[in-house]
Design a protein around this ligand. Sequence first.
Ligand code: ADP
Ligand code: MG
Length: 595
Amino acid sequence: MTNRITVLSETVINRIAAGEVVERPVSVVKELVENSIDADATSVQVDIEAGGRKLIRVRDDGTGMSRDDAFLALERHATSKLRTEQDLVGVATMGFRGEALASIASVSRLRLLTSDGLDPAGTEVVIEGGVLRKSEYVGLGRGTVVEVRNLFFNVTVRRKFLKAHATEAGHIHEFITKLALAFPGIAFMYRENGKLKVDAPRVNSTLERVHTLYSRDVRDNLMDVEFSSGDARLYGYVARPPYGRSTMRSVQTFVNGRPVRDKLINGAITRALSNLMERGRYPLAVLFLELPPEQVDVNVHPQKAEVRFVNPQQIFNVILDGVHQALTGAPFNPPPGPRERILPERPTTPVARHVQDRRPPVQTDSAQSRAPAPAPPPTSEPPPPEPARGESPRGLEEPSNRFSSLTFLGALPGSFVVLHSENELIVMDHHAAHERVLFEDLKQCDRTGGGFETQDLLIPQVLEFSVREARALALHLDLLKNAGFRVEEFGEKDFVVKGVPVWLGTVDLEEFFEALVEVMLDTGVKGDPHRGREEVLKNMACRAAVKETKAMHPEEMRALLRDLDRVGSIDVCPHGRPITVRYPLSEIRRKMGRR
Ligand code: ADP
Ligand code: MG
């Protein structure tokens, strides 16, 4: 009989661990740079060649290691960051498993140069495929250099899965950018094949870092995010739509300073932008979430990019409200009170004019929090407002005059008007602008249970539907009521329209409702009733907004600009298309050949 069970050798174990820790070149960069940060470096230099496959070198000016520690560091589960199980709760350092260096050394040729500045000489160690090849004394100032060559030279399978060099380099570049944002107090330098890609000196604030890393164009469009709820705080920047990118990679998120890519967080951001971005476009954002360490588990995945929250709903809402408030001046589901305070004394636009002053009672408290995706079924009452959560309701205290400060110059053919500010010539689509105002007012009234003035029809109009259509419409009767319609069921699948909101103007009711029902059927099947409701309101707003051919009088135009500011100075229509196109006067001056 032969024994079949053997204990795996250290080398084999390391290689298995490497499979988890070291997925691709960026994982190596991540582990090495995080070690540098943990070692209190104030300057980190990263060099890569051939997408990291030929070379990854990370140099830091951190604490360095003594000779003994240098050897220990290369052993599995050797770490200076964790001593007891107790330490696992609320780990403040980046790495703590003590397996990164050993793993990387098992699948590459790793050269470690380090000095703690105390020993008379520094240490050089070379390990190839987990086997010690060289150990020397070297002259070196305090700090550490880790050089990783020929990554995965002994792991054919892994090598095959690597993408093109440019792709791998792209990931590394993105990661360095991310860390540079998280640690403005550390200088970062990053080179690809000798070419300098990131050069970020030490600065005092994230904003200064943003200035180094992003172009002027981006910076001009960034809005401050600052929002707190309970013990969670969200801060950072988000670009004002329509400014955006074509992938979600332009969203940089951090939890307690640690870069993460998390589904829940991204979902909340996407939701906050659902009526602000065109489909397929993504925001540009740098967001930091701070919460007590015991509220978050970052140890879900060895790569530590994912996190688990103790209270995911609270986190979803903080992000949803915080991002929405930064872009519109109000949380996603604001309590009804404060927003109404900024309604003008005498509403002026076709829409606002018909919003009656019927303030719903302000609810003061509600412990209930909203669920991430599902919203209340269409037949129930609108969700109770949560207690005011924002610490900085900027938009509420000082309404923006982004639009109302503009000067109206005249109309262009179509739905365009020309305006200007001190430094821009602006073309505005007044149809799109009206759509936004009407949509925001409809949303507000749907939330607070009505407020639009209704005009009774002289002759009620009966509308006929199929059974399926009738069912969809019946589910939205409260929405119609909140929007100012008086519609009642009439027999099994017919409805009678007795009154319409004044904002509607003259439309063919049959056509109007046909289109609405189509949206209700369309969105109903997608499953999120809250989203479905918004789609219906969007459709209403679009069909009732000022017709494209209508000429705008200066007085109407001024009212529209005030209304735009009243609903949050948002620069896109509910479909995410821009309301304005802006031409900097400086650019015009330049084109005119003037200085
Ligand atoms: P971990 O970071 O999880 O502890 P690593 O394998 O990444 O595990 O590193 C092992 C140990 O080596 C660390 O705990 C640290 O003491 C030391 N070390 C690694 N990199 C550096 C560095 N750049 N500067 C100083 N010490 C380092
Ligand atoms: Mg580490």
